[in-house]
Structures are given as C-alpha cells and as structure tokens.
Design a protein around this ligand. Structure first.
Ligand code: GLC
Length: 857
C-alpha cells in the first residue's frame, strides 16, 4: 500500500516537473521575428524616432502633449497618473497599476509593491497568447512580466492616460489606460491588429491583482487578510463575465468589479488557480494562460485576482478590440449603468475625447510663447499638469510616498502650497480643498499637519511620535493665508471670507465643533504666530517649519516662520484693504513692522541671514556654525516677504550663488551634517548631500528664482530655472539623473554626495507649484491682484519679446511684451486695446478678449 502510494507520488511529481519544465520553456525571453533588441542604444533610439528635439530614453511630443518612451528599461520605474484621488492612481510604464478610491490607505484596490524589481508583476498586466502552428507565443505588450522584446515598442505618457504601442509577432497592439472624467472605472482599451499576412488566433488575457482595502494590513497580516477576501463570478446570458471582489466586511457597500466589452471565454478569480502549479512558475507564465483556458475559479479566500480570457480570430489586417473595466461601486447592481455604458466602445471613445477636451480647456488658462522652447513646453503642458497631480494627491500616493497606514494623508502645508499652482486653472476646486484644510485648523489657530480624506480624521504628522518635542508645526496654519488670498485675488469672490467652517477639535464630534468664518480662521492663524514668539521676538519653530527634518527642542525659533508670517501679514493687509477693514489692516501693518525689525536686528549674519535659533538662543545656518552654515530658505524668504532691504537681498543672493549653487540646482544648505546629531534630529540621518542635509531639495529652488526676480536679476532667475528643468535632462543626462524627464522630482543629490545629480521622489513635490508660480508670476510677471492683472516681468536680457494668453475672471488677455533694449525688468508703457494705462496693473475689463501691449525698457 505504502509502496503504491510512493509510486503514485513519484509519478505525480514527475508529471508536475514536466509541466513546470514546459511552462518554464514558454517563459524564456521571447523576441519578435526579426527583432532588434528592445533595450536600445541612444543612437538607435535617435535614428528610429526621426523626430526633432532632445531625446535619450524617449522624446517630448508637444503636439500630442505626450512624452514618448521608446526604451522600457528606464533606470528606475517611471510612471503616470490616471483619474483623481476620488478614483485613480499610478500607472507605471510597464503596466503596473496602483489604484484606489478616495483614500490610498483606507480604500486600496490593486496590490503593488514599488520596491520590487520592474520585471515583477505589480497589480496588473496583459498577456497575449498568439497561436502558432503546433504551439503558441506568450507575450506582454508591457514587456514585463513575460520579458518580451518587441520589434517596435513605445509608451506614450499622456495627460491622465498612458498608451502603449507594441509591434511584433505578427500583431500591432495598442493599449490605452485611463479613467473617464468623474467615473469610478479604470478602462483598458485594447486593440490588436493582425499584420502577419495570414489568419491568426490570439487570446488576450488582462489580469489585475487585488489588495485588501486597508493597504497596510495587506502587507502586515497574511492570515486575517486572505481569510476575508472573496471573488464571485456573474456570468451573463450574453457571455459577458463580471468578477466581483470584496473584503467580507465591505460586501454590502463597496465591491470591486472587473468586466469587459467582450464575452469572456474563461476567467479566474483565484491567483493560485490562475498561476497554477502552486504558483511555482509565477507571473512570467501563468499555467492557465499556458493552457489557453482559464480555470473559471472564484475565490472564497486567498489572493484575489480578476483575469479574463478573450478569443480573437483575425484575418490579415483585421483589428480586434476589447475594453475592460475595473471599478468600485456599492454593488454590482449600482455598477450596471456604468458597466453597460463602457461596454459600448463608442462611449469609450467619447470618454477619451472628453478627457482630451478637459485638458485642452484646462491648459488654456495660461499659454505662453517665449524664445525658449523647453520653457514653453514645461509651462504650457508638463508643469501645469504636475500641479494638477499634486493638487489631487498631495504627498499621499506615489512610487515613493506609498500611502500606507497613517504615514501620510493630505498634508496641510503641502496642499496649501499645491493650491497656489492651480489657482489660475481651477480656483473653485481649489477652494473646496482649502475648506477641508481650514476644517482641520484648531481653535487656537495652528493646524493639524495632515488629514485622511475619506474620514476627515486629522493627525499631527511625525510630531506625535517625539516625546520631547513640541506637538505642533510652526508653519502649517500660515500657508493657508497665502492660499485663500490667492483664491480671492483670482476670483474676486470676497463672500468666501464669510463662509462658516468648523475648527478642528478631536474631543468634539463634528456637529459640536466651534464654527468660524474663513476670515476668522485666517485671523487665528496670524494671532497664533504672533503669540507664539520666542526670546528674540521671532515665531517659534514648533516641531518643525517647512523643513520637516530640523526638530529642535522646545523653545527654538524659526526665521523661516518669521518670514512666512510676514508674507502672510502682507497678504492679509491686501485682504483687509479689499474688504475695507482699516482697523485690522493697521494692526497687521504694526505686526509686520515688528517682525521686519526683529528679523533684521537679530538674524543678519554679515553676508546672509541665519535660519534658526535653538532653544538656547544659538544660531543655526550661520557663518559661526561648523556645519549647516548657510540655508537657502534663510535667504529667499526675507526677500519674498519684503523684510530684507534691497542691499541685504543682493548680498544674501550672491552668497547663495557662491555657496549653494551647483549645475544641477541650488542646495538647501551647506555643509551637511557628517553624522547623526540628536539635537537637530532628522536632517542628520541623511549623508551629506542627500535630501534636507545639503541636498538639492528642489522645492526651495523656485523661491530663490522668485527672490532674484524681486531684485531684478532676470538672467540669474532664468539660469536657476533652466538648471532644474527636468526636460533638459532628456538630452543625454538621464543615466545620471534617472528620474522622469517630464515632471519635477523632490530631490537631487548635491555635490557633497558621490552620486551628485541623481534625482528621486518624482511627481509629488511642492517644486511643481512654486516653479510654475516662479515662471508665470515672477519671470513672466503676470499676477492676479485685487485691482486687476499685474504685469511686471523679470526676464533674461536676451529675450526680445514674448507673449502670454491668460484667462482671468472669464476674460482672455492676449499679452505681447516687447523688450527692444534688452533689459531684465522695468515696464515703460502698457496699452490695452490700443489705449495706454497708468502703472502695471491692467484693470478689470468686461468683454471676451483684450489685447495688451507691453513695452519694457
Ligand atoms: C517634504 C514634505 C514637505 C516638507 C519638505 C521639506 O516635501 O512633504 O511638507 O516641507 O519635505 O522638509
């Protein structure tokens, strides 16, 4: 009996081994018939594209507003965003998908582990099983996870969509992934054209892997999570299949579904059934796909997936098309209208066209034409697009900021600043987010550091973990003053100041919280910083100011907070004048003068301003220190706030130029800490040259650009602009830079680091908003004010002219600036529709369009 069992076991083992071998064979890298290697040399890429403009891994196609990637082997993962925080996520260039609805931490849909190699399966992929004489070819248009080398491959990173075009093995595949406006469905529009010259049969197998909705739990608990996960299958008479996935506790109110426009041949909901062979051959060759028939598994537990197999028989030149939908709704019944809508491919086309319309309309808020092509491309397309992305996602979800647990949420200071970058494009959407931020401001006037959008629960960021440090941030509440002022100037909607918004109080339920008008909120912001001043009369640091990583013991003061406070006071004085509150304006003018005096009296260090006073009153960011002698914010902000005299401003900016500037951008500080110093905290956990420890923290660069325009140095402002333009890296520098060339990263390693020039943390950075503001409001000098549109450029002397089309309060201004004498700053005359005006502010006008001629000199 035992011998028999043993023989049977050996036999089964042998059979399994043979299966594994067969499957592994199919997993070998597959290469298209006359394929060139897909990892191309720069020269090959250049020769092949035949397009003009700089390129390395790909090129910018401004006509289609896309970056076209030709080489899938990017140095690190590059990605794009689809949808919004309401429903959407990150799509990487090899098909990986991070999808969530409303909150990446609390309502995650797909599983993606960003630290895994690019070759690994990450939330989604598509397989093509192309039938050949006695066998088949298994390939993926995303290259990974089948390791497919195509004859031709490109990935077009577009405005809220990504499109892959892969050609080889007798087919041309086009896949477009996007979320229709206001929808909770991710669409994959897949078309396969037979270009083989014969009849072919192709199986198309898209697959997603689900995450538990609590994204962190998915990673920390491998018993509870799989016990709760379920996939049901609904087979309709028409042959269409809807796979329904949910965690048990959400069964009645939030289910994920996956379906398509085409009836499915077969499907799988259970990962083990789909991959087969107890998953030993993995994603490179799922056993069910290898067999050409999925197992029709559902799942009562375990690792949940949604895979469907669609069969196409294509005569030569014919195209087959299927659109899949991955969505989340209350129930399948509730999802049916949307499911039916997007099963009709005409509606898919329509939704895609509507997305393009949205972007065209969005971008018309401000379009420029200057002598510099990469400036134009950044300002017209990629920078406003990134601002839209940061507005949506704050610092919550990227391939770096992973949106797990209570690590992040919507950042108070981050989003307040992000809103400044979208104010001319979507002021009303910005207002809605500003209201949320105001609702997590505390009664005392300071604000909670972060909140979670689906619950509106707030937390205090890192400060909650440090026993011996203050439990509030010294700057959060001040940023919102700038944001509200910017909204009011853009729209003129002064009524907003009267809107009642609750103050945050954890101990009280929402209905019982104190209400205050928006104006009252702003007043409490300012009053908090006025009260919370230290021994030099400078606002205290709190747990941190903008620089999250300098966490000095209680009692420290921050010169940055002082200058941000001063800038917020200036904005508030403008608001007071707009609502004609002279008394309040006078009070704030008094506070402003006091702060100005205190900063100049206590913080001037000879050639620059110091940055902090610690709890004992010792200066940091001072020439007297041995490390961290000079800090960039210490110089930019006294100039932005008008606190520095012109003379000091110029000296401080020359110090920045001499001590902080590099060819890859301006370092945040110098020199870096050489080892961990518990007194300052986080900043000294990085090696010198990295992040806040003397790295090129990009967010701080546009502030220096702005400061340079304030002192009239247009050449330097533009030099600083160009230094960090990611598009310029596309010209042969990507292997050093590594990050995406179509969006700003958060940080670049500085010259104290051996890997000087290496960028990380793409997409979600305040760099986007501030560089956009620096370019449009300070270099081009076009700014909304309570009195009209102010035009006061500060440009490189070599620019002889430029033009801008700016929509402002529903009126289009066509602005042409001429600079015949080659100056950087100084407006001689402005005419509006042929009539000269006094000063630099074009007053509010009625009518659709006005022509503004500006003469500099
Ligand atoms: C990160 C944080 C931001 C902070 C900056 C500097 O970008 O999101 O809030 O100001 O680091 O520390």
């Amino acid at each position: 009996m035992a011998a028999k069992r043993k023989a049977k076991a050996t036999k089964t083992k042998a059979a399994k081994a043979a299966k594994v071998k067969k499957a592994a064979k199919a997993r070998k890298p597959v290469r298209a018939a006359k394929a060139k290697k897909v990892v191309k040399t720069k020269k090959a890429v250049k020769a092949e594209t035949g397009k003009t403009g700089p390129r390395n891994y790909g090129y910018f196609d401004d006509a289609s507003k896309e970056y076209v990637l030709l080489n899938p082997a990017t140095p690190i993962k590059w990605c794009n965003y689809v949808g919004t925080l309401d429903f959407g996520g990150v799509i990487d260039t090899t098909g990986g998908t991070v999808l969530c609805k409303g909150d990446p931490a609390l309502n995650r849909i797909t599983k993606y582990i960003s630290q895994m190699p690019a070759s690994d399966f990450k939330g989604s992929t598509i397989y093509l099983r192309i039938k050949e004489k006695d066998s088949y070819r298994l390939v993926s248009p995303f290259v990974a996870p089948t390791c497919t080398l195509w004859d031709k491959w490109e990935c077009r990173i577009g405005l809220s969509y990504t499109r892959w075009i892969a050609q080889g093995f007798g087919v041309k595949v086009v896949i477009t992934v996007f979320v229709p406006a206001k929808s909770s469905t991710l669409i994959q529009d897949i078309s396969i054209q037979n270009i083989s010259g014969r009849n072919i049969e192709v199986d198309v197998v898209p697959v997603y892997e689900f995450s538990h909705f609590d994204a962190l739990k998915q990673l920390t608990n491998a018993d509870w999570v799989p016990q709760t996960m379920t996939v049901d299958a609904h087979k309709e008479k028409s042959g269409h299949v809807i796979l329904e996935q949910y965690a048990f506790m959400k069964k009645k109110y939030a289910v994920n579904y996956f379906t398509a426009s085409t009836p499915a041949d077969s499907f799988d909901g259970d990962r083990r059934a789909f991959l087969g062979l107890n998953e030993i051959t993995g994603w490179a060759c799922p056993y069910a796909v290898h067999k050409g028939k999925l197992t029709n598994s559902t799942a009562l537990r375990g690792d949940n997936i949604a895979a469907q197999l669609f069969k196409f028989k294509l005569a030569n030149r014919r195209t087959g098309r299927v659109a899949t939908q991955l969505g989340q709704q209350k129930s399948i019944d509730a999802a049916m209208p949307e499911i039916k809508k997007y099963r009709n491919l005409r509606n898919v086309d329509k939704a895609f066209a509507e997305l393009a319309d949205f972007w065209n309309n969005y971008l018309t808020a401000l379009q420029v034409k200057t002598p510099d092509a990469s400036f134009n491309s950044m300002v017209n397309i990629h920078n406003p697009r990134q601002c839209h992305t940061t507005k949506n996602w704050s610092r919550y979800l990227s391939l770096y900021q992973l949106g797990f647990g209570s690590d992040r949420g919507i950042g108070y200071r981050d989003s307040s600043q992000d809103l400044l970058g979208v104010m001319s494009h979507m002021p009303e959407e910005a207002r809605v987010l500003a209201e949320n931020l105001l609702s997590v401001q505390k009664e005392e006037g300071n604000a909670m550091h972060q909140y979670f959008p689906s619950t509106m629960e707030a937390n205090e960021g890192d400060s909650r973990e440090k026993e011996d440090r203050p439990k509030y941030y010294g700057d959060d509440h001040l940023w919102i003053v700038l944001t509200v002022a910017s909204y009011l100037k853009e729209t003129g909607n002064l009524k907003f100041l009267k809107k009642q918004i609750p103050f945050y109080n954890k101990k009280k339920e929402l209905k019982k919280r104190e209400l205050g008008t928006v104006l009252e909120h702003l007043k409490r912001s300012l009053a908090f910083s006025w009260r919370d001043r230290g021994r030099h009369g400078i606002p205290r640091l709190g747990f941190a100011d903008w620089n999250d990583t300098v966490n000095l013991p209680t009692g420290a003061e921050s010169l940055f907070n002082a200058n941000l406070f001063a800038k917020a006071l200036l904005e508030m004085i403008d608001i007071c004048e707009a609502i004609d509150d002279k008394k309040l304006a006078t009070q704030y003018k008094g506070w402003y003068e006091t702060i100005k005096e205190r900063v100049n009296k206590t913080a001037w260090d000879g050639k620059w301003y110091v940055r902090w006073f610690d709890e004992k009153g010792r200066a940091l960011g001072s020439n007297r220190s041995s490390v961290n002698k000079i800090d960039s914010l210490g110089q930019s902000w006294p100039i932005i706030s008008g606190v520095a005299s012109n003379e000091r401003a110029k000296v401080a900016l020359d110090s920045v130029h001499k001590l902080l500037n590099t060819k890859n951008g301006i370092k945040l500080s110098w020199p870096g800490y050489k080892g961990f110093d518990p007194h300052v905290g986080g900043v000294s956990t990085y090696p010198p040259g990295a992040k806040e420890n003397g790295g090129i923290f990009l967010h701080a660069n546009p502030w220096i650009m702005i400061a340079e325009t304030i002192v009239g140095n247009g050449n330097r402002a533009f030099q600083y602009y160009n230094q960090i333009n990611p598009a310029a890296k596309n010209n042969g520098l990507i292997d050093e830079y590594e990050s995406e060339p179509y969006c700003y990263p958060q940080n670049i390693l500085g010259d104290e680091h051996k890997l000087f020039g290496l960028a990380r943390n793409a997409w979600l950075s305040g760099t986007s908003s501030w560089t956009y503001q620096a370019a449009t409001q300070y270099i081009l000098g076009i700014k909304a004010t309570f009195k009209g549109l102010s035009i006061n450029p500060c440009i490189p002397k070599a620019w002889k002219e430029f033009s801008v089309i700016r929509k402002f309060r529903d009126v289009v201004y066509e602005i042409h600036v001429k600079n015949p004498k080659g100056v950087s700053k100084g407006v001689k005359t402005i005419t509006v529709d042929g009539r000269e005006i006094v000063g630099c502010i074009v007053p509010f006008l009625v009518g659709k369009k006005h022509v503004v001629e500006v003469l500099m000199g």
